[in-house]
Write a protein that binds this ligand. Structure first.
Ligand code: LLP
Length: 385
């Protein structure tokens, strides 16, 4: 456990076993989200030196989660026009200035539609201003920069450095500022998001310091957005993120550069632990000494293990107290060898067809990345109020 940070209480789902088994009987694969856990995580972050918190809805855009976080005071960060529309469908009266649109290689019409909606728009390349001057002329925008390196739990989630498609490189910074001036575009926010699942709590203060240095040179910047990327401990031995150290770093850096509003935009931290994926065991098979339990959802329902070798705790909810364990690979029904949710997991030896299998910490980038490969249906979703 890093920096003596306290471990959390047992996961919420352990106390809701009967309710979850009942939900599983109405059909699996099924995601279930606990809104009380979302609120708890929200309050962790609201209690910080950040002046504004946006929730990155790509992590989980379920309307009940959007309403819960908006109700706690979060703004909502969107990467596509469809996400912006989801926000206003869930929250028709939401203040558009509490919506931050941070697209990547979006077509011109998405920028135009976002401006027309009155939401805050982030731009991350000078070519957009050069090609579409009329879309931007006279507007206030936020600028996303690439500080030259990425961070995160896997290569595929690092969003900085020359291999990444995101952000204005420092070599084009002056050109951007100049082009903005020419068009009467005011750069009122400066943004960097270096990646996802960043374990060092001091990372964000470094980002703020770099952005504040750049902002001083622009003159019109009001907000500094240091991105998301806060981790959660997926594996049993993973350290708990040290929120106290994170808060302290932000407080120090804000004291050093007090003229800017500090903005954060986490996704995973707020929702990962609130969600479980319920599956039903279809077959247990032994082959060449490897025991496998097959489930009715795999990489189609939860892509993270196949895509990032991500770890998720896996439990047999039907036999939670059965201590006679054996090692199983937990696999799905998809025609790919990467369709493995977990390898070598201790599960009850008696695990059998019909058991409810629970995949933990699946509330972020679970349903959001689910797909219909092999014509498997998308998972269902439920919330627990
Ligand atoms: N802001 C921007 C501009 C982002 O691109 C992202 C995530 C976030 C905020 C929120 O990051 P978070 O706090 O959730 O780490 N599918 C991957 C994660 C991809 C993250 C994409 N961008 C995964 O399952 O690990």
């Amino acid at each position: 456990i890093a920096h003596g940070a306290p471990r959390r209480a047992p996961a919420w789902w352990r106390g809701k076993r009967e309710a979850l088994l009942a939900q599983a009987r109405s059909g699996t694969p099924r995601y279930v989200y606990d809104l009380a856990t979302v609120r708890e995580r929200a309050r962790d972050l609201l209690d910080s030196p950040a002046d504004r918190c946006f929730y990155a809805i790509k992590a989980n855009a379920h309307p009940a989660i959007l309403r819960t976080l908006a109700g706690e005071g979060f703004g909502l960060e969107c990467v596509s026009l469809a996400e912006v529309e989801r926000v206003f469908a869930a929250l028709p009266d939401f203040d558009p200035q509490r919506v931050l649109f941070t697209p990547s290689f979006a077509p011109r019409r998405e920028y135009e539609a976002a401006f027309a909606r009155g939401v805050v728009v982030t731009v991350d390349n000078v070519e957009a201003l050069q090609r579409w001057p009329e879309a931007f002329r006279g507007r206030a925008i936020w600028l996303r920069v690439d500080l030259g390196h990425g961070e995160g739990h896997h290569e595929k989630v690092k969003t900085g450095g020359s291999a990444a498609k995101f952000g204005l490189p420092m070599t084009r910074f002056d050109a951007f500022v100049e082009q903005a001036r020419r068009l009467g575009v005011r750069i009122v926010g400066l943004h960097a998001h270096l990646g996802s699942g960043i374990e060092d709590p001091r990372h964000w203060r470094g980002v703020y310091a770099q952005l504040a240095g750049l902002a001083d040179g622009i003159g019109t910047v009001e907000s500094i957005d240091i991105g998301g990327g806060l981790p959660i401990p997926y594996a049993p031995e993973a350290p708990q993120f040290d929120l106290a150290l994170w808060r302290q770093g932000l407080a120090e850096i804000k004291a050093a550069y007090p003229r800017y509003g500090l903005v954060i935009e986490p996704g995973r931290y707020l929702v990962a632990e609130s969600g479980v994926l319920l599956l039903t065991a279809t077959q247990t098979v032994e082959k060449d000494g490897v025991r496998r339990v097959g489930c009715d959802g795999g990489m189609n329902a939860l892509m993270r293990p196949a895509m990032y070798e991500a770890y998720h705790g896996i439990f047999n909810l039907s036999r939670l107290d059965d201590a006679d364990a054996a090692a199983f690979d937990v696999v799905g029904p998809i025609c790919e060898s990467s369709d493995v949710l977990g390898r070598d997991r201790p599960l009850p030896r008696a695990t059998a067809e019909g058991d409810t299998i629970l995949v933990a910490d699946a509330g972020a980038y679970g349903m959001a990345m689910a797909n219909t490969y092999n014509l498997r249906a998308l998972p269902a979703e439920d919330v627990i109020e």
